[in-house]
Design a protein around this ligand. Structure first.
Ligand code: NAP
Length: 265
């Protein structure tokens, strides 16, 4: 099959959390391949600068907080006014007020688990109807390798990402015959504004080196897979959970030990 340099021409990609980091890199990678971008985040200046950088035309930005009911309504309205997306990039990390479950909060509200998919459930019925009609749909979620490996203090975050995984696998099962695919990417430690601002330099460097490559991933490296999964030729890849983590999933504690030992003579 001859591959076009603009395989996504005519497709509209909605990206949740597109102002910075992985979402921004995904917007650029998808636009590079010809897609029109509908970029959503809370900070207008980030979206405005992205809009200037995006190649091609017909892109739009929306300032909305997708962790709120009002923000989800705004998103749905904007999609109804323009068009529903052919490609959905579910890149949002909805920060719950319960970042850590303490003893007092142990009876925390279970709904927090679904915070990361609430905006998706809002847009899913009409988006799927649109995608069924054109017999093309791509749902690409951004989970985390932590959800599969476990991590101290990451219980709620991991559980939210597993809810996203279940949501996507269900879409894959229910809509494969409509030409719709759904997959989850699990990034490892990626160098983004989010990780730079969350961790002091020393901790950032340590976390970024705990993988087979000894460096943090780049947002563009995750975006490369997002764009590949969006491609029409990726139509046979569905229901997958794909790590982009520099091999963090492959027994990294042993790699650390190995580095301290003298190589065999
Ligand atoms: N970086 C990593 O090491 C890593 C590893 C594993 C998984 N991930 C996952 O990858 C995704 C992106 O991470 P990142 O590091 O690229 O994040 P980031 O640099 O912090 O960027 C997040 C983007 O999402 C937007 N956003 C956040 N909350 C929002 C809300 N409630 N409504 C609308 N937009 C919102 C942010 O803009 P505003 O704040 O302006 O809204 C920003 O544009 C997340 O789902 C994260 O869990 C990241």
């Amino acid at each position: 099959v001859k591959q076009s340099s603009q395989p996504l021409k005519g497709k509209l990609a909605f990206i949740a959390g597109a102002g910075r980091g992985i979402g921004r890199a995904a917007a650029l990678a998808l636009a590079e391949r010809g897609a029109r971008i509908h970029a959503v985040a809370r900070t207008e200046s980030d979206l405005a600068s992205l809009l200037e950088e995006l190649p091609g035309s017909g892109h739009s930005i929306l300032t909305a907080d997708l962790s709120t009911e009002a923000g989800c309504e705004t998103l749905l309205d904007s999609m109804r006014q323009h068009r529903f997306a052919d490609i959905v990039v579910a890149n949002l990390n909805v920060r719950s007020q319960y970042r850590r479950i303490t003893d007092e909060q142990f009876s925390f509200r279970g709904e927090a688990l679904a915070d990361g998919v609430a905006y998706l459930t809002k847009i899913a019925p009409e988006t799927l109807a649109h995608q069924k009609q054109s017999r093309f749909g791509r749902w690409i979620g951004i989970g985390s390798i932590v959800a599969s490996m476990g991590g101290p203090g990451q219980g709620l975050y991991s559980a939210q990402k597993k809810v996203l995984e279940s949501f996507l696998i269900t879409l894959a099962v229910e809509h494969g015959r409509d030409g719709i695919t759904a997959n989850l990417i699990e990034p490892g430690f990626i160098d983004t504004h989010g990780t730079r601002s969350r961790y002091p330099k020393e901790r950032f460097d340590k976390l970024g080196s705990m993988n087979l490559l000894g460096r943090p991933g780049k947002a563009e490296e995750v975006a490369h897979l997002i764009a590949s999964l969006a491609d029409p030729l990726a139509g046979y890849i569905t229901g997958c959970v794909i790590p982009v983590c520099g091999g963090t999933n492959l027994s990294w504690p042993l790699v650390t030990v190995q580095k301290q030992e003298k190589p065999d003579a």
